[in-house]
Write a protein that binds this ligand. Structure first.
Ligand code: ZN
Length: 296
C-alpha cells in the first residue's frame, strides 16, 4: 500500500493565502526562487518599483525600462480574476482525485459566468502539462484504451483494436512501476502510433516492458526486454508481467471523465489527460500546490 501523503487542507490554504498580496508573494517566490529576473530578457538586475507592489523594471531590454508585474508571462496574466481566486481553483482541482468540473467551480466560486470557470480550468490544465519529461525506466507498463464510446468498460480482450469508434478517443499510456506516468491522445489507434509512443517515452534500458498481447507491441521485442500478459486467456498476472498499474490509472481517468466531466470533446481531452497525469505523478508530493504554481 502506498503511504498517505498529507496535502494542504482548506484551513491550511486559508492561513497561507489570506490576501491577494500573499498569493503574489508566493507566486514571486516560486517563480523566481533565486531572485526576480526579467520575463522578457532574463536579466537578473531588475529594479523594484516602490510605488507599485509586485512590479519591477528591467533596463537591459528597453532604453525606457521594461516594466512588468509578477503576473506577466503566467496563465494569470490579462484577466480580471483575482490571483487568490485562481489559487483557490487550483487548490480545489488538485485535491479532488477525480477532478472538479467547471460547473462545480462556477457554483462554488460565485463567478459571474460559467465561461469564466471554464476558461480558468482550461488554462490551469494547460499549465499542468509536464514540461520536464524524461524517458521512463525500470519496469514500465504500456497499455492503450478508448475513452468514451461503447467499450469503456470492456477489458482488453473485448477491445476492437485499431478500429475507430464514433465518439470514442484513443489514448495510450506508459507508467513506471512506483513512478511516473505519461499518457497521450492518439488520432488513430495504429501500430505505428503505439510504437512511436513507446520509443519516445520509454527508455530501451528498461528492465521490463510489460504490455498486453496486442500485436502492435510485439515488434518492439528486439529493442526492449518485452513481456506481455495474456488477457485473452484470462492470465492477467504472470510474475512481473502485468499491466495492472496503468489500468489503475485508466480507471481513475475514466471514472473522473465520466463521473465529473460527463462529456469531454476530443479538442480538450489532452488537457484533461494532462490534469490526471499531473495529479498521478505528484501523488506522493506533499507540496503539489507549489509544483502546480511553478508551471503556471
Ligand atoms: Zn529585460
Amino acid at each position: 500500500m502506498a503511504k498517505r501523503i498529507h496535502q494542504m487542507t482548506i484551513g491550511e490554504w486559508e492561513r497561507a493565502f489570506p490576501s491577494d498580496d500573499a498569493c503574489k508573494a508566493y507566486l514571486a517566490r516560486n517563480r523566481w526562487p533565486t531572485g526576480v529576473s526579467c520575463p522578457r530578457c532574463g536579466a537578473v538586475g531588475v529594479y523594484v518599483l516602490k510605488a507599485r507592489p509586485f512590479h519591477w523594471q528591467c533596463k537591459e531590454c528597453s532604453v525606457h525600462g521594461y516594466r512588468f508585474s509578477v503576473l506577466v508571462g503566467t496563465v494569470f496574466e490579462n484577466t480580471n480574476i483575482k490571483l487568490r481566486e485562481w489559487f483557490r481553483v487550483i487548490h480545489r482541482m488538485l485535491v479532488s482525485k477525480k477532478g472538479v468540473s467547471a460547473h462545480q467551480i462556477y457554483r462554488e466560486m460565485g463567478f459571474g459566468s460559467y465561461e469564466t470557470a471554464l476558461y480558468m480550468t482550461h488554462r490551469i490544465r494547460a499549465a499542468l502539462v509536464d514540461k520536464n519529461f524524461r524517458k521512463l525506466i525500470g519496469i514500465v507498463e504500456v497499455d492503450e484504451t478508448f475513452i468514451g464510446g461503447d467499450d469503456r468498460n470492456c477489458h482488453a480482450d473485448k477491445k476492437l483494436h485499431g478500429k475507430w469508434r464514433q465518439n470514442s478517443f484513443a489514448v495510450v499510456g506508459a507508467v513506471e512501476r512506483n513512478g511516473s506516468c505519461v499518457a497521450r491522445c492518439l488520432d488513430r489507434m495504429t501500430k505505428e502510433a503505439l510504437q512511436s509512443f513507446v520509443r519516445e517515452t520509454v527508455s530501451t534500458n528498461v528492465s521490463l516492458l510489460a504490455t498486453d498481447e496486442y500485436p502492435a507491441y510485439r515488434s518492439l521485442q528486439g529493442e526492449y526486454n518485452h513481456g506481455h500478459a495474456h488477457h485473452a486467456a484470462n492470465r492477467y498476472v504472470v510474475g512481473a508481467v502485468h499491466t495492472n498499474t496503468i489500468e489503475g490509472f485508466w480507471s481513475i481517468l475514466k471514472r473522473g471523465l465520466m463521473g465529473t466531466f460527463h462529456k469531454v470533446s476530443r479538442k480538450y481531452l489532452p488537457l484533461y489527460v494532462a490534469e490526471f497525469q499531473f495529479r498521478y505523478n505528484n501523488r506522493l508530493n506533499a507540496d503539489i500546490f507549489a509544483e502546480a504554481i511553478r508551471g503556471c
